[in-house]
Design a protein around this ligand. Structure first.
Ligand SMILES: *Cc1c(COP(=O)(O)O)cnc(C)c1O
Length: 428
C-alpha cells in the first residue's frame, strides 16, 4: 500500500474547516468510498502528492490541462502579466486579443463575453436567450451538467449525479419550473416537448457530447434534429462546450459534428488553468447584453489580465492543429490498450471516447443516455479506481466523470496505464 500519512492528516484538518473537507464535492472521493490525496505539485502528465507518490494523471484538473500541467508558455505568460498588475477593472488589451482568438476557433461566435467560470457562462447564456426570445422555457437533458446555478441544477450530471442528488436541496421548485428535462438522444421526446410548448421555448441547452455522465456521444442525426427544431421554432440552440470546446477539436463539438449553434458556453481549457469562462454567439443575441441591451450581466474580475494571459497562451498552443492530431492518436492508442486489458481480464467494460475524452463503463451495453449509464457496476468501478491509484494512475474518482489526455502524455504513460489496468481488472 502506498503511504498517505500526510494527505490523511491534511484531510482530517480540512474536515474541521471546509464542508466535506473540499471546495468541490467530487474531490472528496466519496463516490469510491475513499479519502482524497493532497497535491504537492504537478508537471506534464504527472502529479505528485504530499507524501511523495507519483501518479499519471487522467483528470487534468477536470479538463483544462490539455497541454499537461505547469505548461511553460502558460507559466511565463502569467508571470509576465502579473508584473503589470493582477486586476484592473478597466478594459485591457488582453480582452480584445482573447475575443479575437475565440472567434477564430469558433466561427459561430460573432460576439463573446468573458466570465469567471463555466457555471457563470451557462447561467448568463440562459439569461440572454430568455431576454432575446422573450420566452421562459428551457429544454435540458438528463445527465448534462451546466454548472451549479439554480435553473439548470435539475437532473444534472457530474458531482450532483455522483452523490445521488441531481436535484439539489435549496433550489425552490419555482426556479426550475421553466426547465423541461428529457432523456439525451431521445428524438421523440424532443419533438413532443416542442409541440406541446409552441412559442414558449427560449432555448435548448446541452453538452453535445456529454462529459459529465461518463462520455456519451450524440446518435446520428440527433444534433441535426435539435438544430432544425430550434430554427423552426425561433428557439436558440445553446451548446455547452465548457468541457468539449478546444478539446474534441479546436472548434469543439460544433466543428467535429458540423453543427452551428446560436450560443456557445466555454470554460476549462480557455483559462489555461485559471478561473475563466465565456459565452458568445450570434451578434443580434449577444447585443441584448448590458450596456448595449436590457439583459444584465457583469463581473468584477471578468477579463482578468492573468486569466486572459494564461488562456491566450493555452489557445495559441492549439492553433497549428498539431496538438489535436497528437491527442486524437493518443486517444486511439489508449482505447486500444484499455479494450485489450478488459478483454484479457474477461471483465465487461464499454469504452466510449471522443478524441481525448474517454470513459470505461463497467457494463456490456452501449451508453446512449443517463439511464444506460446508471446501469453500470459502480462497486466494480470503485475497486478499479483504488487499484489504479495504488499502481500510480489517477483516474477520476467516479464512474460518471470523463477521463482526459493531454499533449504531455506519451507512450510511457499509456503503457504504464494499460499494464496497471490489466493487473487490476484481472484482480476484480
Ligand atoms: C465543468 C462544466 C461546467 C461548469 O464549469 P465550472 O467552471 O465548474 O463552473 C459547465 N458545463 C460543463 C459541460 C462542464 O463540464
Amino acid at each position: 500500500m502506498i503511504c498517505t500519512e500526510k494527505s490523511d492528516a491534511l484531510f482530517a484538518e480540512s474536515l474541521k474547516h471546509i464542508p466535506g473537507g473540499v471546495n468541490s464535492p467530487v474531490r472528496a472521493f466519496r463516490a469510491v468510498s475513499g479519502k482524497p490525496f493532497f497535491v504537492d505539485r504537478a508537471k506534464g502528465a504527472q502529479v505528485w502528492d504530499v507524501d511523495g507518490n507519483e501518479y499519471v494523471d487522467y483528470v487534468g484538473t477536470w479538463g483544462p490541462a490539455i497541454h499537461g500541467h505547469a505548461f511553460e508558455p502558460i507559466i511565463s505568460a502569467v508571470r509576465e502579466a502579473a508584473t503589470s498588475g493582477t486586476s484592473f477593472g478597466i478594459p485591457n488589451p488582453f480582452e480584445v486579443e482573447m475575443a479575437q482568438l475565440i472567434k477564430t476557433f469558433f466561427p459561430s461566435i460573432e460576439k463573446v463575453r468573458m466570465v469567471n467560470s463555466g457555471t457563470e457562462a451557462c447561467m448568463s447564456a440562459i439569461r440572454v436567450a430568455r431576454g432575446f426570445t422573450k420566452r421562459d422555457k428551457i429544454i435540458k437533458f438528463d445527465g448534462c451538467y451546466h454548472g451549479h446555478h439554480d435553473s439548470l441544477l435539475v437532473k444534472a450530471g457530474s458531482g450532483a449525479l455522483t452523490f445521488g442528488s441531481p436535484d439539489s436541496a435549496g433550489v425552490p421548485a419555482e426556479f426550475t419550473q421553466h426547465t423541461i428535462v428529457i432523456p439525451f438522444n431521445d428524438e421523440a421526446a424532443v419533438k413532443k416537448v416542442f409541440e406541446a410548448n409552441q412559442g414558449q421555448i427560449a432555448g435548448v441547452i446541452l453538452e453535445p457530447v456529454i462529459g459529465n455522465a461518463g462520455v456519451i456521444l450524440p446518435k446520428d442525426g440527433f444534433l441535426e434534429l435539435l438544430r432544425e427544431l430550434c430554427s423552426a421554432n425561433d428557439s436558440l440552440l445553446i451548446f455547452d462546450e465548457v468541457m468539449t470546446g478546444f478539446r474534441v477539436a479546436r472548434g469543439g463539438t460544433q466543428e467535429r459534428f458540423g453543427i452551428k449553434p446560436d450560443l456557445t458556453c466555454l470554460g476549462k481549457i480557455i483559462g489555461g488553468g485559471l478561473p475563466v469562462g465565456a459565452f458568445g454567439g450570434r451578434a443580434d443575441v449577444m447585443s441584448c447584453l448590458a450596456p448595449e441591451g436590457p439583459v444584465y450581466q457583469a463581473g468584477t474580475l471578468s477579463g482578468n489580465p492573468l486569466a486572459m494571459a494564461a488562456g491566450i497562451a493555452a489557445l495559441k498552443s492549439l492553433e497549428s492543429g498539431e496538438a489535436h492530431e497528437k491527442l486524437e492518436a493518443l486517444g486511439a492508442q489508449l482505447e486500444e490498450g484499455m479494450r485489450g486489458a478488459a478483454k484479457e481480464a474477461g471483465i465487461p467494460v464499454t469504452y466510449q471516447r471522443c478524441g481525448s475524452m474517454f470513459c470505461g463503463y463497467f457494463g456490456n451495453h452501449t451508453v446512449h443516455s443517463l439511464d444506460d449509464a446508471m446501469k453500470c457496476d459502480r462497486d466494480q468501478f470503485a475497486k478499479y479506481f483504488h487499484g489504479m491509484l495504488q499502481e500510480g494512475v489517477y483516474v477520476a474518482p467516479s464512474q460518471f466523470e470523463a477521463g482526459f489526455l493531454s499533449t504531455a502524455h506519451g507512450d510511457a504513460e499509456i503503457e504504464k496505464t494499460v499494464n496497471a489496468a490489466t493487473k487490476i481488472l484481472k484482480s476484480l
